[in-house]
Design a protein around this ligand. Structure first.
Ligand SMILES: [Zn+2]
Ligand SMILES: [Zn+2]
Length: 447
């Protein structure tokens, strides 16, 4: 009756794979067998899943994630119709697929506890099955855990396709990245998923500070933006309007009832959110000039339409806490953030595709106080990093050197003591950086 099952999983930013629900997983398996793609809804988000290129694309944002197909034995938790979850502030969240099996095995053996940190150095948790909790070994903070029945069951592994439990791609990602060069990475069949994979796996469940290991976490940014075509971006964020207006187009300065300065089109569109109007060709030109990640920034009022992403090259962000107080924040510790980006070859979205870029001054360090406000800024910075908004490639305004990785528009405090504008005290810094982050679309309600 029971047989091996097929479970499709997606890769989260924390380097762990999570299982799709059986219904979705089975749809993906079906699409895989017929070499087609499938549209699915997961928690109100719409995705297109291509099992052949192993990619999940968010239909609204264009963001892609790597997916994979695993075959699990009939004795596994998933095959027995069970899942394991832990509780965040409100919702229950699934454990990563690989942890589900580890937890389930220990539970089946009748163990009282399971110390996850023995196998995963960066997961300082002990699970206690007697009271169904997960305790942070360092902070003693605990959360409830539970096991639940899956709705539906996973498809049996009846096809003769080779099971594609992926080999660790960390070594691949570096080489794929350096070969990506000026051409689009998505042309190569494998590279999309490989590049999307974290170059340095990290294990993090949530950004809740109580769960953050004191040693710091790392986060890898995707190394290249998935292009969203001009026409797709236009259809997502603009609407055609009558072009009878005599107003001036803020892009080309021609009247809207005349031709666009970027061609001879007279079509006029309105941006969905801010309602400002432009020549269609002018908005298309503006979009094509930037990082084509699916976000249109209104040339008139800077309102973001879609999620803004940048062109920051691949690298890692880590942070750690210390008891030392920053000037102006006595009584609080300090969070030191470290960014590391290795030098490499510019991608198509950079100023000089194919040329080298260098990373002078890296690893770069920045400091925020370990206060409520400072920690909330830290979490916003993590999000900005994931959206590749912290650094950019271009000419340094301080040294004049070209083809270097430089800070983007979000200011950092690179000194942990009185050091002019780069250090503390600076009573309004956190407020300023919060508004800089908001300008690029990263705010507390980003989720
Ligand atoms: Zn115009
Ligand atoms: Zn506007």
């Amino acid at each position: 009756m029971s047989s091996d099952i097929v479970v499709w999983e997606w890769l989260e930013d924390n380097g762990l794979f999570f299982a799709y629900e059986p219904k979705t997983s089975n749809e993906i398996e079906k699409a895989s067998n017929s070499h087609s793609t499938v549209s699915v809804d997961v928690r109100h988000m719409r995705y297109v899943i291509d099992p052949n290129t192993k990619q999940q694309t968010n239909r609204d944002t264009g963001m892609t994630r790597q997916i994979r197909r695993t075959v699990l034995p009939c004795t596994s938790a998933f095959a027995r119709g069970l899942k394991w979850e832990w509780q965040d502030h409100r919702p229950w969240r699934p454990y990563a697929a690989e942890l589900v099996e580890e937890i389930d095995e220990a539970h089946q053996r009748g163990d009282n506890t399971l110390n996850l940190s023995l196998k995963h150095a960066d997961m300082p948790y002990e699970i206690d099955f007697r009271n169904m909790t997960q305790v942070n070994i360092q902070t003693h903070y605990w959360r409830s855990i539970r096991t639940q029945h899956l709705s539906g069951s996973y498809a049996s592994n009846v096809t003769t396709l080779p099971s594609s439990v992926p080999s660790p791609s960390s070594s691949l990602s570096k080489s794929a990245q350096s070969f990506a060069g000026p051409s689009q990475a998505s042309v190569a069949p494998q590279s999309g998923s490989v590049i999307g994979a974290s170059s340095q796996p990290m294990r993090r469940k949530s950004v809740a500070w109580k769960d953050c290991p004191h040693g710091g976490i790392s986060s890898s940014a995707n190394s290249q933006t998935q292009n969203v075509s001009v026409s797709e971006a236009m259809s997502l964020h603009t609407q055609k309007v009558e072009n009878g207006s005599t107003e001036v187009c803020a892009v080309c300065q021609n009247n809207l009832d005349q031709q666009s300065g970027f061609g001879n089109g007279t079509d006029v569109v309105e941006l969905n959110k801010c309602k400002h109007t432009f020549h269609l060709e002018c908005i298309e030109a503006t979009y094509s000039h930037g990082v084509k990640g699916g976000c249109i920034v209104c040339p008139y009022c800077n309102t973001l339409h879609g999620i803004k992403t940048g062109d920051q090259p691949a690298g890692t962000m880590t942070y750690s806490r210390s008891h030392y107080s920053l000037p102006g924040y006595q009584g609080h510790g300090t969070i030191e953030i470290q960014y590391n980006i290795p030098s490499g070859t510019q991608y198509s979205e950079h100023p000089h595709p194919g040329q080298q870029f260098t990373t002078p001054g890296f690893p770069r360090r920045a400091y925020v106080p370990d206060s409520d406000e400072g920690r909330s800024i830290l979490f916003l910075l993590v999000e900005a990093w994931k959206r590749r908004l912290i650094f950019t490639v271009g000419r340094s305004t301080t040294t004049g050197a070209d083809n270097v990785v430089t800070w983007s528009s979000v200011h950092h405090k690179t000194s942990n003591n009185s050091h002019g504008s780069h250090g503390y005290p600076d009573p309004t810094y956190l407020e300023r950086v919060r508004s800089e982050l908001e300008t690029v679309g990263v705010s507390d309600d980003w989720q």
